[in-house]
Write a protein that binds this ligand. Structure first.
Ligand code: 13P
Ligand code: SF4
Length: 324
């Protein structure tokens, strides 16, 4: 449902002012698929990490207001050094990005000289700066497949995404960091069994960061047959595309619940059931309409990356964008 159709006058005034200020300041508002519905509705573009970094790279707006978490705004700042990048709340972090720090990666690289470092986009700029490739859930398979077979790979920081990529590519010489996202790691495989038993006619859409994924994929592979056809693993944007293109009328969705807004809005004739209504990222939910308004009025909070770090991180991100 479009939230703009059922809002009060005060909210409408805020929205009108946001749109006016955004136009006056030649800004573009980017929002991640996990943002609250009203932020998604007011944004110029809504998408996954890859899509948003591509939008940031090609926009001719002078300013980017990033409604997402800090590493996403940092990625936009790296790709667009001449633009002003704002985030409406500086506290919007990411538990996955926090699961590896610079010294840990320096030490890990020293243990494996010559290895190629592939960092998920959910990392800080300083981690990207000492990585060879960046990747997102939308292109991790392609990035790993593009690396010569004889090269050892250090994949970080998400253990579930890494295990899925390893399983799908059959890559033997790939080491995976044991990081996780607290929202996706909390999904137990039994939740999936429970939901699919309740809705045997539903298709299952899973984000590769999910903790339920690895044992579930193993089980599906062991059992063979039918389940494979109803299980789809994809980035948030990939899940949205699958939901629209599928003949199915019902879906069980294993990722953060913010995605349900676009799924329902774009497919009003289909039913979407969250694997758990508790799958909510408190960092994504920190961005509110009031904070977005304040961001444009007060020109806060400016996200910058020091040029030496940015130029190295840009190489890893641009390598990713050029492959996809
Ligand atoms: P996507 O790149 O699939 O949008 O995922 C980003 C994210 O933070 C998932 O938790
Ligand atoms: Fe980070 Fe997890 Fe939130 Fe995505 S859902 S932004 S990985 S904490």
């Amino acid at each position: 449902m479009n939230t703009l159709s059922k809002i009060d006058r005060q909210t409408q005034t805020l929205i009108d002012e946001i749109k006016y200020l955004s136009k006056m300041r030649n800004a573009v508002i980017l929002a991640h698929n996990y943002q609250i519905p009203i932020i998604q509705d007011v944004a110029d573009f809504v998408g996954d990490s890859l899509g948003l970094s591509q939008q940031a790279a090609k926009t001719d707006a002078e300013m980017i207001v990033f409604c997402g978490v800090h590493f996403m705004a940092e990625t936009a700042a790296i790709l667009c050094p001449t633009k002003r990048v704002l985030i409406p709340d500086l506290e919007a972090g990411c538990s996955l990005a926090a699961s590896i720090n610079l010294q840990q990666l320096i030490d890990w690289k020293a243990e494996h000289p010559g290895a190629i470092v592939v960092s998920y986009v959910n990392t800080t700029a300083e981690i990207k700066a000492i990585s060879d490739y960046c990747c997102t859930s939308g292109n991790a398979l392609k990035i790993v497949q593009s690396i010569p077979e004889d090269k050892e790979i250090l994949f970080l920081p998400d253990v579930f995404l890494g295990s899925w990529v390893q399983k799908m590519t059959g890559r033997k010489n790939m080491r995976i960091w044991m990081g996780e996202c607290h929202v996706h790691a909390a999904v137990h495989p039994s939740k999936i069994d429970e939901k699919m038993k309740e809705h045997p006619d539903a298709e299952l859409l899973i984000h590769p960061e999910c903790g339920c994924l690895t044992p579930y994929l193993d089980r599906v592979a062991r059992q063979g047959g039918d389940n494979k056809d109803v299980l789809k693993v994809a980035s948030t944007e990939g899940m949205l595309k699958l939901a629209s293109s599928s003949e199915s009328k019902k879906f069980v969705v294993a990722t953060e619940i913010g995605i349900l807004h676009r799924m329902k809005k774009e497919n009003p004739d289909k039913e979407f059931l969250p694997i758990s209504s508790e799958m909510s990222c408190q960092f994504m939910k920190m961005i509110t309409l009031e904070k977005l308004h304040r961001s444009l009025v007060e020109d806060v909070f400016h996200v910058t990356v020091e040029e030496e770090t940015a130029s190295k991180a840009r190489l890893a991100i641009e390598r990713m964008i050029s492959i996809f």
